[in-house]
Design a binder for this molecule. Sequence first.
Ligand SMILES: Nc1ncnc2c1ncn2[C@@H]1O[C@H](COP(=O)(O)OP(=O)(O)O)[C@@H](O)[C@H]1O
Ligand SMILES: [Mg+2]
Length: 286
Amino acid sequence: MTLTVLFCGDPLRPRLVDRHFAREAGAVRDHYGEIALIDHDALVRGDATAAVRAVPRDLGPAWYRGWMLTGDAYAALAEALRGRGTTLLTHPDDYRRAHELPGWHDTFAGITPASVWRPLSPGGDVGDLTDLVRPLRPGPAVVKDYVKSRKHEWEAACFVPEVKDAAALRAVVAEMVALQDEFLAGGVVVREFEEFDGAGESRVWWVDGEPVLVGPHPDSPGVEPEPDLMDVAPAVRALGCRFITTDLAQRRDGAWRVVEVGDGQVSDLPETVDPMDLYAHLPVPE
Ligand SMILES: Nc1ncnc2c1ncn2[C@@H]1O[C@H](COP(=O)(O)OP(=O)(O)O)[C@@H](O)[C@H]1O
Ligand SMILES: [Mg+2]
């Protein structure tokens, strides 16, 4: 069978691949793969049926490559595709487990900063976080939602100098929640801060438990660290998802730490990477 990938279409020119993914779609086509288009805007609107209208019927098993989707939106996409005879090769449960921190955190315990979390709806009241952060050691912390941080608003909405300072913690979390607004994913995460070397992260792409591409992180596309994957590989295999990424940073003491895990279908591929270095490793269904 051929490799089939569903890309997001361009919102203004719906018959074309979204410019952000055009290079990748070109690589799939160049190697005799098939592509089809998803209407991401329709999916976000909650209209999964409209989102898959351009997908040919009975296309068969396929990967998605596009913008991040909430766990619910991905499940709706999978359901709508099933109705047209297409199965997504990553199951919605696996998508959510890799995409949201509470899904992968415990599997990576010991190689990722210790974290606590609590569900919260967009615009919800943060409340008192004293009990929540009790398991964390005193000292600095990092705040995010289940998927994304406000790292560009580091002081106001991401970094907490002392996690046991209840008022300061609450202020930073409240600012993160306010800035995420309707896009707040899942709830609030608080993580112990660790001193990284500042050299830039490595994004490792895993397919069926194997590291198929060790590349730069999109925030530092020119940096090519060579992380030690000895402790990461067993955790990736234990998570049991077919296609994920791990972002790794080296701590000042030399240890390689998992900053975050992501679903490989929605992790950004830096422009400095040849897409074929990834797509050549995506399994084609039997
Ligand atoms: N526990 C931590 N200790 C130190 N720095 C962190 C920690 N968590 C995140 N960071 C820093 O903040 C950045 C953003 O955090 P990350 O979890 O990757 O969120 P995002 O999904 O927004 O990229 C990371 O790239 C890293 O530089
Ligand atoms: Mg990150």
